[in-house]
Design a protein around this ligand. Structure first.
Ligand code: HEM
Length: 291
């Protein structure tokens, strides 16, 4: 476990970006969207949770820029976020928070906060990496896969919720599952957008033409794949299509709506991943400052 006090973590992250008080500490700039999620029969066979049965369930999506200052224009390179809230027929909810890095660089919340601080100083960031060599492969992978970039559209990117979740099937058998949100259509629109909110304007124009669809790929851990660390690279996973998210319209501001990676429903379990276990305390502290 970590000894990083969440109050201190949020103080440090907020000081790093200096954004206005009433925003999220990270992913400050974002907008909300409505749609549905429809699971495949393969997902239903693997998990008994209510949103996997195959009937469309409502979702709320929030696309975001990862920085903590909502005033930064969309053209500035950044990680992007896609948070999804699934609303089940029984009134419960479960959330998945994806971002554009397919690998997470550390299992230590303290190191994550230190890296976020250090990444704001380009000249000295290489020095930070020299002192934290274990983080380098994930950061290089992020550079190669354009995790930090300035896309023309949120739909140019794939989003990774990173953590593994335990799925129980109808017979109570457990599988460890990671998710990948893969866009169905990455083709640019004919119209170009250049303003400070260009990603959100592009999304409005795209939705005016029809729904935006994301396939939800599932990676199911094989023998030896560790579900309890954000940094683990799975070598024996099988991948299958778990369903499709179909986003149909932009919503008015939903704040103080909260996406919480530890919010699960019957049939879904949390792993012992120290990053996953730490996040709710940091998010609660962030929420208390913005609400
Ligand atoms: C120790 C590690 C982490 C810390 C301390 C952290 C911290 C935070 C905080 C404070 C917020 C704002 C919460 C709010 O005010 O509602 C946030 C938002 C977010 N985080 Fe993290 N985070 C961590 C890891 C991750 C990981 C691993 C992912 C994705 C795989 C992620 C994805 C997101 C997304 C997508 C949002 C925006 C959610 C929204 O749109 O409301 N974070 N994070």
């Amino acid at each position: 476990m970590t000894d990083l006090d969440p109050v201190r973590a949020i103080d440090r992250l907020r000081a790093t970006f200096g954004g206005p008080d009433r925003h999220r500490t990270l992913h400050a700039k974002g907008r909300f969207y409505a749609g549905t999620f429809t699971a495949t029969p393969e997902a239903a066979a693997l998990g008994r949770a209510g949103h996997l049965a195959g009937d469309p369930v409502p979702v709320v999506v929030r696309w975001s820029n990862a920085g903590g200052d909502a005033g930064v224009p969309d053209k500035v390179p950044d990680i992007r976020g896609m948070a999804v809230k699934f609303r089940l027929p029984d009134g419960t909810e479960t959330d998945l928070l994806g971002q554009t890095s397919r690998r997470f660089p550390t299992d230590s919340p303290e190191e994550f906060v230190a890296m976020t601080e250090a990444s704001r100083h380009q000249a000295t960031f290489p020095l930070f990496l020299l002192r934290h060599p274990r983080m380098v492969p994930a950061i290089l992978d992020g550079l190669r896969s354009k995790a930090v970039s300035s896309p023309r559209s949120f739909t140019e990117r794939t989003y990774y919720p990173i953590h593994a979740y335990g799925w129980r099937d109808a017979d109570d058998r457990l599988s460890w599952v990671r998710y990948i949100f893969v866009p169905q259509d990455t083709a640019p629109l004919a119209q170009a957008f250049g303003g400070p909110d260009r990603l959100f304007e592009e999304m409005s124009a795209r939705l005016a033409q029809g729904p935006v669809r994301y396939d939800v790929h599932l990676q199911v851990a094989g023998p030896g794949d560790d579900p309890h660390r954000a940094t683990s690279v799975w070598k024996h996973a099988r991948e299958l299509l778990g369903g499709t998210i179909e986003v149909t319209e932009e919503l008015p501001d939903q704040d103080p709506l909260v996406f919480d990676p530890a919010r699960v429903v019957d049939g879904i379990e949390l792993s012992d991943d120290p990053i996953l276990r730490y996040r709710p305390s940091a998010y609660s502290e962030s929420i208390s400052r913005r609400t």
